[in-house]
Write a protein that binds this ligand. Sequence first.
Ligand code: NAP
Length: 296
Amino acid sequence: MADNNSSPAASVAVLGTGIMGAAMARNLARAGLDVRAWNRTRAKAEPLAADGVRVTDTPAEAVDGADTVLTMLLDGPAVLDAMRQAALRLAPGTLWLQMSTVGPAALEPLVRFAGERDLRIVDAPVLGTKAPAEKGQLIVLAAGPQELRERAGRVLDVVGGRTQWVGEDAASGAASRLKLVVNSWVLTIIGGTGETLALAKGLDVDPRAFLEAVGGGSLDMPYLRMKSELLLTGDLEPSFTVSAARKDARLVNEAGEAAGVRMDLAAATAERLRRAEEQGHGGEDGVAAYFASFVG
Ligand code: NAP
């Protein structure tokens, strides 16, 4: 029941079935949970029905009778909007696993909303992308009270391979702050990979010669290989879109500046991603910021 912190998560409403939310909903349904899913663009959620997910027209229908709500939408305003639409059907005591990347500032109104509605919120952004989401191998960075952890674990252990608890209270922003620190690193590599391969092209250097030069050494890394391969094969099917990466670069930038930290790299990456989006690459993988490198 919704008001029992130690009960199993029998029914989960997933709000947002983009790249990440769809994979999570599918894994939860395959693990035997009763899963309902809502997505603004319903067509994207519909394939989940084949795995037993009940696709709904509204967030309110999705949360009706669910003991857990999992939000996996683009940003804080989208999450708040969906939860407001669901408000009348959200039972007091419902566990709310807020797993989108929203940043600490946009988390505040979400925590307030949870307080007003007597929802049990756990801030639980994730590390990992499409493939780990499909395998249920995300790393969950979570902040929430001890007494909710077992209950939350029934969902988090399905969508993730590991949960790193970093705080007792979602309102502390500890999980969302850690997520931005991690994403500062992710964005630095995405931006660096695109710009470095663009320089190779500009200087008439075979990009594979660059990869061979760093291969196996301390400058090499699987993420560089993975992202470079996308560019070299032209397969820009997104794991993490340019638009979502741009949103995160903005969040990293804003949070750093609010803390008195100069975010030169994040600002430059945000600008590259903005140009890439403007050039029509918003729905492609973030490494497509490469295309924003060239003058003219
Ligand atoms: P995505 O595929 O672009 O999906 C975004 C989702 O948000 C879709 O369901 C989209 O609905 C919805 N949405 C966007 N704006 C909305 C609005 N104003 N109102 C209602 N719904 C809205 O993104 P994703 O990769 O799944 O990412 C989801 C969250 O996880 C983001 O916070 C992202 O930063 C985070 N994340 C992503 C990754 C990754 O590698 N992909 C990794 C870790 C964390 P429509 O389908 O209707 O557009």
